[in-house]
Every structure is written in structure tokens, then in C-alpha cells.
Design a protein. Structure first.
Length: 411
């Protein structure tokens, strides 16, 4: 079947939406070309939301999924929403460029954009400033080992992570860059070095040890925060966090409405991260058991539970496989609840089968990759579960992606 991206492209083309007028420098490369990595360069958010709704219905129909998909919940921030951004370092005879990546058959091609409209203005300012400083002769040793620059945070504070192939010989250059960054953008609360593999295709990846062992703080706070209502979640720069903080509340509220938690139930939160869902729902259930493969995230979840005064939540660092899922769910009762928010590539082999064997009353499965949804839903159906509700949430405005929250119940 066609990908969701293909359906969205068709919906945009059939709507014949006139391209929006760009501000000076907006969504343009350093050579003046319009960036085509996402839809934000050609669509305003209202038109994009309409096109995504049409594409979602078309995708759903082709996949023969039931029941009918509910309307897309739009993001409160249609632009300037991304709280996690990155630039890859590209070297040429004129120096270095911090650029977005366009994956092609020939590899990663640089797209050097000054003003990316789906990123907060402070991120754009930081990348321009860091690139300018790195191109000075005194920064050559650091520039030669730098592979990525990553920014994580919220809409007020950010941390900068310098992903290096190896620790630079000149630590003074790192300190000088850190001082220059914090002088230029006051919202930067932390600067870090992460020693990753030179041949790694992704940022913050390493085969030399645990991620925690590869991280070095250069300046500032070790943690970031995300406020959801009255709850403040603290998390490490290494922990997974939603890239769209403005829309995360819709995920939590949608999950709550589907799960219908009660104080007689246990909630098993698989791929729990720093406890966003677990701790938001903990007061409404008897116990919460959170499972995640990231030691950093689990430490954050434990710290968040302690800081919030939540005593009915337990968190365990476990990579979810068939065997570990069976062990993690050993205390599950038939009226208990499951929430799972796996990574983009989905669940491991037979994880769904192990969950369904425990007969949870309700399962909420979040899909950040809609193209993988039909196959995983079929696996649930083969195990005796049916999809009862499906709610798309626009966690990724401007892109060809959307998140879908699915409720499954025993047939």
C-alpha cells in the first residue's frame, strides 16, 4: 500500500493550495533555494491540517482499518514547535556548515537553512552563532572532531550537546565556545560534550560504552524540564522527550480518556521514558509499573516520582523482548491496563503476543510511525484484540508524519 507520505502529497496536490509567501531568509538555503524537507515552506498550518485530515482518511481506507479514524487533533504550535533539533557538521574547502540532512541514495546531503520555521527562533540563532565561531581558526581542533550539534529543552531553556568523534585535544576551545554560546543566547542553561563513534550515522550513538559514560558536562545544569499542568518533569539531555511539548498534553489526555483508569487497576507503562504517562496517571490507579531500556530515562522517572511525592510507581530498566515482557507482566491481572509508546521501528518480535497473552482489559498503543500501524494492529487482531478508537495527534507539524493513539480491547 502507499505510504502516508504519498497520501499526504496527493492530498496537497489535489487541493491546489497556492504556496505561502516566505519572509526574507525563511525556509531558504544559503544559496537562496527553498528548502523542501518539509511542508512548512509551502503551506500555512491551517491548510496543512486540512490536507493531513484528507490524507489520514485516504490512508485508513486503503489499509481497511476499522473503526473510522477520528479527526486530527492539531498542534497548539503549528510552527516553531520543535524542542529537539539537530544539525550535522559538513566540511568543505570553505570551512564547515551546520546543516539539516537530506537522505539520498548517495548518502546524507547538506541542506543549509538559516531560518527553519518549525524550530524555535533561539535554535536558529544558536546554530548560526555556533557555525560562525567554529569557522574561526582558533576553533579548528574542535571543528575537526565535531559531528553533530544538538539542542534540547523547552520553549524557555535549552541545552546544547556537541557530539564529537573523540574528545578534542584543546579543552580551552570547548570552554571558549561554551562561554560564547551562553553570552549570545541567554536561554542556554547547559552545554555538554558527547563522545560518539566517528562512523555512526546518527547523533548520540556510541559503541564504546553506555551513553552516560560518554557524556561530559561543560557548563550549567545537568537536567532539563517539561511542565505539564502542575507537574514538572525533570530529564537528562540523554533521555527521550517528545519533540513537540505544546502537543504532548493531547497525548496524555487522549490516553487517559481511552484507558479509563480506576484505583483498583495496575497500569503497565512500556517504553515509559522519564515517566510522562506513568506519573500523569499514577494518582488514578492502584500501582504503576514503568519499563524502559534507557538507564538515563529510568533514573529520571525514579527522580520525578520522588520529586512529585508519588509512592505507587516503580520503574525498571529493561530492554523489552518476548522473554523480558513476560517477566515484566508477571503480576498483571485481567482487569489491568497497558500503555506502550515504542520507538519508531515498533515493538520487538512477539512483544505484542506476550502482552495479549496476559489479557489486559485495555491497551493504548501510540504510533509515531503511522506506516507501521496496519501491521502491528493486525498482530493485535490475531491475538484476539480489536481496535476500538484511533485518534491522530499532530505531533510533527510541517512534516509528512503524524502520531496516532489507538485503543485496543479484547474481542
Amino acid at each position: 500500500m502507499l505510504s502516508f507520505q504519498a497520501h499526504l502529497r496527493a492530498a496537497i496536490a489535489s487541493a491546489r493550495i497556492p504556496p505561502r509567501v516566505l519572509a526574507e531568509g525563511e525556509c531558504r538555503t544559503s544559496r537562496g533555494h527553498i528548502c523542501n524537507l518539509c511542508n512548512a515552506s509551502t503551506l500555512n498550518y491551517t491548510d496543512e491540517t486540512l490536507a493531513k485530515n484528507h490524507a489520514l482518511l485516504s490512508f485508513w481506507k486503503e489499509a481497511r482499518l476499522q473503526p473510522r479514524l477520528e479527526p486530527l487533533i492539531p498542534s497548539p504550535r503549528g510552527r516553531s514547535y520543535r524542542t529537539v533539533t539537530k544539525r550535522k557538521v559538513f566540511h568543505n574547502n570553505r570551512g564547515i556548515k551546520l546543516a539539516l540532512i537530506n537522505p539520498t541514495e548517495l548518502g546524507h546531503m547538506p541542506v543549509h537553512v538559516g531560518e527553519c520555521v518549525i524550530e524555535p527562533p533561539d535554535h536558529n540563532r544558536l546554530y548560526r552563532h555556533i557555525e560562525q565561531v567554529l569557522n574561526t581558526p582558533r576553533m579548528s581542533s574542535l571543528a575537526n572532531v565535531l559531528s553533530y550539534v544538538i539542542i534540547k529543552g523547552d520553549y524557555q531553556d535549552q541545552s546544547v550537546i556537541l557530539n564529537v568523534e573523540e574528545l578534542p585535544d584543546a579543552p580551552k576551545q570547548v570552554n571558549d565556545l561554551s562561554k560564547s554560546i551562553t553570552r549570545h543566547v541567554a536561554s542556554v542553561t547547559g552545554v555538554f560534550l558527547f563522545e560518539g563513534d566517528a562512523d555512526d550515522a546518527y547523533y548520540l550513538g556510541s559503541k564504546r560504552g553506555t551513553p552516560e559514560q560518554q557524556l561530559r558536562k561543560v557548563y550549567g545544569k545537568t537536567g532539563l524540564h517539561f511542565d505539564l499542568g502542575e507537574r514538572r518533569f525533570i530529564y537528562s539531555v540523554l533521555s527521550f522527550t517528545q519533540v513537540n511539548h505544546s502537543a504532548a498534553k493531547h497525548l496524555v489526555e487522549t490516553a487517559r480518556s481511552m484507558l479509563k483508569p480506576r484505583t483498583s487497576m495496575q497500569l503497565f507503562d512500556l517504553y515509559c521514558g522519564y515517566g510522562l504517562f506513568s506519573l500523569s496517571l499514577a494518582s488514578e490507579v492502584q500501582h504503576v509499573i514503568g519499563i524502559d531500556g534507557s538507564r538515563s530515562s529510568i533514573n529520571d522517572a525514579i527522580g520525578n516520582a520522588r520529586g512529585m511525592g508519588i509512592h505507587n510507581a516503580r520503574f525498571h530498566c529493561v530492554n523489552l523482548t518476548k522473554e523480558t515482557t513476560r517477566n515484566a507482566l508477571r503480576t498483571m491481572k485481567p482487569d489491568d491496563l497497558i500503555l506502550l509508546d515504542p520507538p519508531r521501528n515498533g515493538t520487538a518480535h512477539e512483544v505484542i503476543e506476550e502482552i495479549s497473552a496476559r489479557s489486559p482489559a485495555r491497551v493504548v498503543h501510540l504510533f509515531c510511525n503511522i506506516d507501521g500501524l496496519p501491521e502491528e494492529v493486525r498482530r493485535w487482531q490475531q491475538c484476539g484484540y480489536e481496535m476500538r478508537r484511533s485518534v491522530p495527534v499532530d505531533m510533527f507539524p510541517g512534516t509528512f508524519e503524524v502520531e496516532v493513539v489507538v485503543l485496543l480491547e479484547p474481542r
